[in-house]
Design a protein around this ligand. Sequence first.
Ligand code: CP
Length: 310
Amino acid sequence: MKKKDLLGLRELNKKEIEYILNLGEKFLEILKRPIPKVPTLRGKTVCNLFFEPSTRTRLSFELAAKRLSADVINFSASTSALLKGESTLDTLQNILAMKVDCFIIRHSSSGAPHFLAKHTDASVINAGDGTHEHPTQALLDIFTMKRHLRDLSGKKVLIIGDIMHSRVARSNIFGLLKLGARVFLAGPKPLIPDEFEELGTYLVSDIDGILKEVDVVMGLRVQKERGGANYLPSFEDYRRFYGITVERLKIIKENALIMHPGPVNWGVEMDYEVLKDKRCVIHEQVTNGVAVRMGILFYLLGSGEIKEES
Ligand code: CP
């Protein structure tokens, strides 16, 4: 069951996904304690290696590692010697020389975590690579869905937006299909290549029709930095056709979940008022992210036993 790396959900089977989600449940309980910390990874060193901006993923991994008593070092490209002209390879070789146990890497190039994993004995966790995968985001999304809906088998999940550029969508599709969910995709046609249907998803054009039926609605960020905005006529049109708006709240099922991985372009893929709707679990996703990432770190680096303070 144990693995060295977590590079994508394409590589995990149903049992492995469920194992990590169950660990997330255990750590969520620990996070509710007055002192939400265990000595489980004492002596281990985790390196956050972020070549792209992040708020949620980086801080959540840092907190998860600290809650497990691991030491954490943080590399951020924007404040590193890369700015003095050091190459990425030199940067990695120097950090490898510091003998860390786990790298958590975000990079704009798809495959960067896989490259790193081949060149180190340390564990590597993909914290988002280009337009490829963001497996830890999908695990926390699926964890949040399961906490509300229990068994995801047969449940209908609608993902709306820039599917083509979204590593979050890709990881969610792999994970959700393995757990038996039915995944529906909607968005501007040029941003949903036909290959996605071959994965076993359903492409839908009538968003208002499908919204009445689904158990989960997930909005995705319009990724201006990856050129996603170039495929759109205007943000106003995007909101009108694909936005999770105040008007659309009336047609979403009473007990459905409204999700978004963040950061949100408010007024484009989602109206700000949606955040106040009781079906919206965006901040719960972030809370759950710490527990799920504790589970992932434990899965890769732990001894198999969640140690307690003696
Ligand atoms: N959802 C997500 O990856 O957010 P950050 O870019 O803030 O890490």
